[in-house]
Write a protein that binds this ligand. Structure first.
Ligand SMILES: Nc1ncnc2c1ncn2[C@@H]1O[C@H](COP(=O)(O)OP(=O)(O)OP(=O)(O)O)[C@@H](O)[C@H]1O
Length: 311
């Protein structure tokens, strides 16, 4: 029986993007980015279709922030190209600014400004600004319009950054770990706002996060960034439907993991071989278990399990 490197993954089949009829809002080709000699993005190809919520997943240091900043022209790229709304991205700003909202990982700007003054100041730059929405969010999220930004807690600043990004009702909203400092109520409210925004046709959201429950709440498409490349973009429902954890246990244990069709990752631990399999054939698995004298369990992994396995 063929042997599989226990840490290796065979994610080739996962590389297919979800089918779409519309032109992508974000189109990235062969994007490269290094810091000194360390290459963080090693030739990213990525299409983000309009009207989707994309959850960008990856381990700490995988390059999520770097990728999001490169997309928006906030960080210079070393190679490849980025198109937003069908046009090359060369630098931030311009007409396109009105269509894009960005929530950075940290928000430390204008500490001397008061919340209301900051929002009014920012509104002046935008063609469209939903004042009713900002008023409602300030009240709902208990942000004091008269407080100075420098006096806000980290979570309150994150809320303000979200209000500022949503108020222009952007066509593309990019959020870098937007909920990291938010309490559970605020996270839920934030997801509500996000979904409300998404009810309008053609709106696209990309957000990086480690909180898989939020991705589940948003029914997001999942993009996995690993080893400097996009490993896959798949609707969450499809991942849930197709991925199974197959556990084969036998008293004598395993010297090598069995290989089955659709295998993405195999791990051997004591008497158990754990296989992450896409679209497994239940019949063949039963036949394999019988042949090998093993007990078979087929489980549906949670998104967090999947992330731990694949990231
Ligand atoms: N300005 C910089 N100078 C040097 N190295 C950098 C810089 N910014 C990022 N890096 C490096 O690039 C890699 C990717 O960082 P990045 O912040 O994009 O990861 P991330 O996936 O967003 O991580 P996290 O989940 O922890 O926020 C890391 O190894 C980081 O040290």
């Amino acid at each position: 029986m063929p042997v599989l490197d226990q840490e290796s993954t065979l994610a080739t089949d996962l590389a297919r993007p979800p089918s779409t009829d519309t032109a992508p809002v974000v189109r990235v080709r062969a994007l490269r980015k290094s810091f000194k000699k360390r290459e963080v993005l090693c030739g990213i190809d990525w299409d983000v279709p309009a009207g989707r919520v994309i959850g960008l997943l990856g381990r700490n240091g995988a390059g999520k922030t770097t990728l999001l900043r490169c997309l928006l022209g906030l960080s210079p790229i070393d190679g490849g190209n980025v198109e937003l709304f069908g046009e090359p991205m060369t630098e931030p700003g311009g007409e396109r600014m009105h269509r894009i909202g960005f929530v950075p990982q940290t928000f430390d700007l204008f500490p001397w400004m008061k919340v209301r003054a900051y929002l009014d100041f920012t509104a002046a730059f935008y063609a469209n600004w939903n004042h009713a929405l900002t008023d409602r969010l300030l009240a709902d999220w208990q942000l004091d319009p008269k407080q100075k930004i420098g006096e806000l807690s980290q979570g309150q600043r994150q809320k303000l950054a979200i209000v500022r990004a949503i108020a222009p009702e952007p066509d593309l909203l990019v959020l870098d770990e937007p909920v990291a400092s938010l309490d559970p109520q605020a996270r839920r409210a934030f997801m509500g706002e996000l979904l409300e925004l998404m009810r309008q046709p053609g709106k696209t959201v990309i957000f990086s996060t480690h909180i898989t429950a939020d991705l589940e709440r948003a029914e997001a498409d999942i993009t996995l960034l690993r080893d400097g490349a996009i490993q896959f973009t798949r609707p969450l429902a499809e991942l849930r439907q197709r991925m199974r954890r197959v556990v084969l246990s036998r008293p004598g244990g395993w010297t090598e993991a069995p290989v089955v069709a659709g295998l993405l990752k195999a791990t051997v631990k004591g008497g158990e071989a754990q296989l992450l399999v896409e679209d497994p054939s239940v019949e063949s698995l039963h036949a394999l278990a019988e042949r090998e004298g093993a007990e078979l369990r087929i489980e549906t992994p949670t998104l967090e399990d999947l992330f731990v396995e694949l990231a």
